[in-house]
Design a protein around this ligand. Structure first.
Ligand code: ACO
Length: 375
């Protein structure tokens, strides 16, 4: 057995997977061999879920029936919605509220079928939970899911009470596709560890939400937006602000990645989307800030060190242009990534082996035990 210590499991292979591959040297991401760019532009989130879960892009008939299955599972039990309202009243953070409500779903789940069936029921319900939470915060009652809208469109509808226009629905759908899967990242690994004990899918997804919430992972999209607002409120321009932040040892959120050593392809696609949205609205503030920061950090040599924009650098600005509150960005990421967590748990369980690494013990040896009153 190798005794080599790999802190953060960096570069360690834990399993074989056919689901997604990140080529960090050239900035390429594929889901089951399909380039992310083609999927983001040409396939809906539901098609991508079908690809990840069942191994192929669906035919029209397969898609209709898959969409029907998800649509029929969107409603959430009233008890869960009451808890969501209570959490909103208690000012709970959206990611924590989503985690708590996700965990509650098992109490109202019939437990039928295998991992994919349970995963589909949970994936269908996360948008309903999140939209209800946001509406409760705004003092509004929850909007029932619409059976006629796509996963993306229905979320926006439940959030605002109004059916979204085509551009908003398409943009949001694209964002969901871009975030659906990404190899064995921290939250996916968390879900896989839980799944490898043969715990239920609800536990795995709940754990995934917890892992994603941190600022080194999904939480960075909100941090980027907070940075942009901080810059806006300051006297400084974006370049000066970033120079000062770096001089004070601050990391720039939305930059750097454990696997990508060049610009994340998802960031490239979202940047383009942000450009379209800025053209349409006439407000290019965030686009100007982000591109100025990116150019400056590139000229400072960060790209050469393999620290380039990741998906979070541009996603927040895109959501902001759609009028979505900042602290919903990470829960939206979770809503999408649930599809990837379910896919990985399912794939791993097909040839399951309990995930159980070890630590190199560097603690004391032969400590002499004393009873409590003798210490
Ligand atoms: N800004 C400035 N410097 C950075 C940044 C950054 N955002 N990220 C990494 N570095 C520097 C570090 O200071 C370190 O420099 P040093 O060797 O001189 O000390 C070097 O790059 C390596 O950094 P590590 O933290 O060791 O690299 P790791 O692979 O562990 O980090 C991580 C990856 C956690 C994503 C890191 O780049 C980071 O903190 N980024 C900011 C947060 C972020 O955007 N997270 C989202 C990631 S994408 C996602 O989860 C969806």
């Amino acid at each position: 057995m190798s005794n080599e210590l790999k802190r953060g499991l960096e570069g360690v292979l834990v399993t074989e997977s056919e689901l997604s591959h990140v080529d960090g040297d050239v900035g390429k991401l594929v889901y089951r061999g399909y380039d992310i760019e083609e999927l983001a532009r040409g396939a809906s989130y539901e098609e991508v879920l079908h690809l990840l879960w069942y191994g192929s892009l669906p035919t029209r008939g397969e898609l209709d029936s898959f969409r029907g299955e998800l649509e029929s599972e969107r409603a959430v039990d009233d008890d869960v919605l009451s808890t969501v309202r209570a959490l909103a009243e208690a000012d709970e953070r959206p990611m924590a509220a989503l985690r708590t409500a996700t965990s509650m779903l098992s109490a109202y789940d019939a437990g039928e079928g295998g991992t994919l069936e349970e995963g589909a029921r949970i994936t269908a319900k996360l948008p309903t939970i999140l939209a209800a939470f946001e509406r409760a915060r705004q003092g509004e009652s929850a909007v029932d899911p619409s059976p006629d809208l796509s996963h993306a469109g229905n979320f926006l509808y439940m959030l605002t009470g109004t059916e979204p226009d085509e551009t908003s629905e398409e943009t949001f759908d694209m964002a969901l596709t871009l975030h659906a899967d990404h190899g064995v990242n921290a939250s996916t690994f968390t879900a896989m560890v839980i799944g490898s004990t043969m715990a239920d899918v609800c536990s795995a997804v709940t754990g995934g939400v917890g892992a994603l919430s941190g600022s080194l992972h999904g939480g960075a999209n909100q941090d980027v937006m907070e940075m942009l607002h901080e810059i806006d409120a300051s006297e400084k321009g974006p370049v000066e602000w970033v120079k000062d932040a770096r001089a004070n040892g601050r990391r720039i959120p939305g930059f750097g990645h454990r696997v990508y050593k060049v610009k994340d392809p998802r960031a490239r696609i979202l940047e383009e989307k942000l450009r379209d949205l800025a053209d349409a609205s006439g407000d290019a503030t965030w686009l100007e800030y982000t591109t100025a920061i990116e150019s400056h950090l590139e000229s400072e040599g960060l790209f050469e060190k393999g620290i380039a924009p990741n998906v979070d650098f541009y996603s927040g600005s895109v959501y902001d242009a759609m009028g979505i509150p900042m602290d919903l960005y990470t829960p939206i990421f979770a809503m999408s990534r649930a599809g990837g967590w379910v896919a990985h748990v399912n794939e791993y369980q097909e040839d399951n082996r309990l995930i159980r690494p070890r630590a190199r013990y560097v603690g004391a040896a032969d400590a002499a035990f004393a009873q409590i009153d003798d210490r």
